[in-house]
Design a protein around this ligand. Structure first.
Ligand SMILES: *Cc1c(COP(=O)(O)O)cnc(C)c1O
Length: 406
C-alpha cells in the first residue's frame, strides 16, 4: 500500500468564522489627533493561521485586539515578516472600491516566499480584504463622506515558538484597516490658517554610500519589514534636517532607485533626441519595489500620453515617452543645470502621487521643479486620472467593487 501525504489546505477567502464586536470603537473625525496617530484601527480584523502540517486554517473575522505570540516567535528574531499597503476608497457613486487588489495579492505571495513564509493563491487576498470592509466599511467610510479612504495593511508573520534557526512551521496572516490622514487635504487646510506659501513638493535627501537600502541578490524588490528597520535612522536624520524622504542611491555611479516608500520618476528633455521622457529605475536589477502605483503610472502614460492621443485631444501637455532604465543623480543634476528637467515626482499607495521640489546630494541642492519654478503638470494629470478610477468617476477594470452589508 502506498502512503498518501496528507493534503495541506489552501488559503480560502470564501469561507469565514465571524465574531462581531459588542463594543464598537469611535470613528475618528478627519484630521483629528486619533487619525493622525496612524494607530486607531477599525472594529474588526482578519486573521488566518497556517501550520506546516495542515496548511491554512479557516479565516476569521473578529474584534480588533492585540496579538498573542511567544517571545520565541520567529518574526521577533529572524524578521520573518512581509506586508502589503492598500487603500479602500469611498466612491462618489457611494460604492466601496479596491484598486488592483490582485497586484497586491501577487506581491504579498512573492514577498512571503522571499522571507521563508507560506504562499497562497493570490486571488484569495482580495476576498479576505473585501470581507473585512463588507463589515467595517459602512460605519468607517460612511457614504456621507465620498472621496475618503482607509489604509489597509495585510501582513504575514512567522508566529511559531521555535527559537532554533529554521523555516517557520507556523505563520499568521492578519489584515487591519486604519483611518489615515489625507495629506493633500491637510496641507491645504494648514495653509489656509497661515500665510505660508503652498508647499511645492517634497524635499529629498540623497543617501550616502554608508547606507544602502537594497543590493543585487538582496530583497529590496519584496515588501519586507526587514527593508525598513535598518533604513529608519537615515530617514530620521533627514527629517530632523527638514527633508521629507531619503532618495536611495546605489552603486559607484550613484544610480537613483526610489524614495522612502515610493517609486521615483523624472520628466526631462533628452539631451540628444530632444524627446520628452518619463524616466524611472527598471525592475530587472531588483533594487526597487515593483509599486502597483508605479505600474499604473507607466501604463496610463503609455496609453494616454502617446503622440496620437495627445494630438487628438489637443492637450496642452506634450507627448511623453516612457523609459525604464538606470538613471544617475549626476544625470538629474545635469538636466536641471541645462534646464532640460521638467518635473519630478514619487508614487505609492500611502502618499499617492507627490511632486518633488528639490534633492540635496552631498552639498549640492538640485531643483527639480523645472521651468518657472513649478511642475509642468504631468504628475497632476496622472493623479487625477488615477483618482477618477479609484473613486468611481471612471469605470475601469482596475476597480474591484465591494458589496457591503446593509
Ligand atoms: C510599498 C512601497 C512602494 C510603493 O508601492 P505601491 O504598490 O505603489 O504602494 C515603493 N517602494 C517601497 C520601498 C515600498 O515599500
Amino acid at each position: 500500500m502506498g502512503s498518501t501525504a496528507p493534503t495541506k489546505a489552501e488559503l480560502n477567502g470564501s469561507n469565514f468564522k465571524i465574531t462581531r464586536t459588542t463594543s464598537p470603537r469611535k470613528v475618528p473625525e478627519p484630521g483629528s489627533a486619533e487619525e493622525l496617530s496612524h494607530s486607531h484601527c477599525t472594529d474588526h480584523m482578519v486573521t488566518v493561521r497556517w501550520t506546516a502540517a495542515q496548511g491554512w486554517e479557516t479565516p476569521e473575522v473578529k474584534p480588533y485586539e492585540n496579538l498573542s505570540i511567544p517571545p520565541t516567535a520567529s518574526c521577533l528574531h529572524y524578521a520573518t515578516e512581509c506586508f502589503e499597503g492598500m487603500k479602500v476608497y469611498r466612491g462618489y457613486d457611494g460604492k466601496l472600491r479596491l484598486f488592483r487588489p490582485d497586484c497586491n495579492g501577487e506581491r504579498l505571495n512573492t514577498s512571503a516566499q522571499r522571507s521563508s513564509l507560506p504562499g497562497f493563491k493570490f486571488e484569495e487576498l482580495k476576498k479576505l480584504v473585501a470581507k473585512l470592509l463588507q463589515i467595517d466599511g459602512p460605519r468607517w467610510l460612511p457614504k456621507s463622506r465620498p472621496g475618503s479612504f482607509l489604509y489597509i495593511r495585510p501582513t504575514i508573520i512567522g508566529s511559531g515558538p521555535h527559537l532554533g534557526v529554521q523555516i517557520p512551521k507556523e505563520a499568521l496572516l492578519f489584515i487591519i484597516a486604519v483611518p489615515w490622514p489625507d495629506f493633500t487635504k491637510l496641507k491645504q487646510d494648514q495653509n489656509d490658517d497661515s500665510s505660508a506659501p503652498a508647499p511645492k513638493g517634497l524635499k529629498l535627501f540623497a543617501s550616502t554610500p554608508d547606507a544602502i537600502r537594497a543590493w543585487p541578490g538582496g530583497f529590496g524588490w519584496a515588501k519586507l519589514g526587514a527593508n525598513y528597520g535598518p533604513s529608519l535612522q537615515a530617514h530620521g536624520k533627514a527629517q530632523a534636517m527638514g527633508f521629507d524622504q531619503i532618495l536611495w542611491l546605489f552603486g559607484e555611479d550613484r544610480q537613483v532607485t526610489e524614495a522612502g516608500a515610493s517609486n521615483f520618476f523624472v520628466v526631462w528633455r533628452n539631451a540628444q533626441s530632444n524627446q520628452l521622457e518619463l524616466v524611472t529605475a527598471p525592475l530587472e536589477s531588483q533594487l526597487i519595489l515593483p509599486g502597483v502605483t508605479r505600474r499604473s503610472v507607466l501604463e496610463l502614460v503609455r496609453e494616454r500620453f502617446s503622440t496620437e492621443k495627445q494630438q487628438a485631444e489637443g492637450s496642452s501637455l506634450a507627448p511623453l515617452q516612457v523609459v525604464e532604465r538606470p538613471l544617475t543623480i549626476h544625470e538629474i543634476e545635469t538636466a536641471s543645470r541645462e534646464e532640460r528637467l521638467v518635473e519630478a515626482f514619487v508614487s505609492g499607495t500611502a502618499y499617492f502621487i507627490t511632486p518633488v521640489a528639490m534633492i540635496r546630494n552631498n552639498d549640492l541642492d538640485i531643483s527639480t521643479l523645472g521651468q518657472g519654478g513649478k511642475p509642468a503638470g504631468y504628475a497632476a494629470q496622472i493623479k487625477s486620472w488615477l483618482e477618477a478610477i479609484m473613486y468611481g468617476k471612471e469605470e475601469h477594470d482596475w476597480s474591484y467593487v465591494i458589496e457591503e452589508e446593509k
